[in-house]
Design a protein around this ligand. Structure first.
Ligand SMILES: [Cu+2]
Length: 225
């Protein structure tokens, strides 16, 4: 091959590599999940209704097999995100639809409900403040805001359920547990929240992948004045 031909091939490969790098960088920058706005139009003194779901497999996006949270926006659409703008000093009434199976906790501490109004939650309508994960279906995920002392263990569905949801968003016709609790937002600030069950299957000790990725098992309460 003449020298000019080789130079042309190297040049083409270089441009292709450069384009791929730029594309990858842009894809990374674009990948931050959206923030759901619960502040605009909020009447001071009234509670905010927050509905989220936990799923065993998200089923779409860059990591279809990963576990994830999803959030229902004020228009009623499910959005793949864990970022919420919330008004300060406001009661947040959470409905959490848990579509995933569970397992015994490695740390029983996370079986206790803390930091919610009344230190309790309801699971399918029954008031409780503790899940003994060594009996029944175990715990699938937690909703935990460490800086606010909030922890809510999410009771798993039976692994022998016939209608386990395989791809999000999951309709309530699939096997699920309905968990309800309330908490009061603090003053303005960014408060990280996450699941504390090592639910990242296939990662070291279950703590990688979705456990470290905002939009899946981590998020932020963006509390604004
Ligand atoms: Cu989890």
């Amino acid at each position: 091959m003449p020298r000019s031909g080789r130079v042309a091939i190297v040049a083409v490969l270089f441009v292709a590599a450069l384009a791929l790098s730029v594309f990858t960088a842009m894809a990374f920058l674009r990948s931050s999940p959206p923030t759901i706005d619960f502040v605009s139009g909020h009447e001071p003194g009234t509670p905010v209704d927050l509905t989220v779901q936990t799923v065993g497999t998200i089923g779409f996006g860059p990591h279809p097999p990963w576990v994830s949270y999803l959030t229902r926006d004020p228009a009623g659409d499910w959005v793949h995100t864990t970022l919420w703008d919330l008004p300060a000093h406001t009661l947040v009434k959470v409905t959490l639809l848990q579509f995933d199976t569970g397992s015994p906790l490695r740390n029983q501490f996370f079986g206790r409900v803390t930091g919610t109004v009344g230190g309790a939650m309801t699971v399918n309508g029954k008031v409780t403040s503790l899940i003994d994960s060594n009996s029944g279906n175990g715990v699938g995920h937690t909703f935990t805001v460490p800086s606010l002392g909030i922890n809510v263990p999410l009771y798993g569905i039976s692994s022998s359920s016939k209608n386990i949801c395989g791809s999000a968003p999951c309709a309530t016709s699939f096997a699920h547990n309905t968990v309800k609790f309330s908490f009061v937002t603090p003053g303005p600030g960014q408060y990280p929240w996450q699941c504390f069950i090592p639910c990242g299957l296939g990662f070291l000790y279950g703590n990688g992948g979705p456990m470290q990725t905002i939009g899946y098992m981590d998020g932020f309460l963006k509390v604004v004045a």
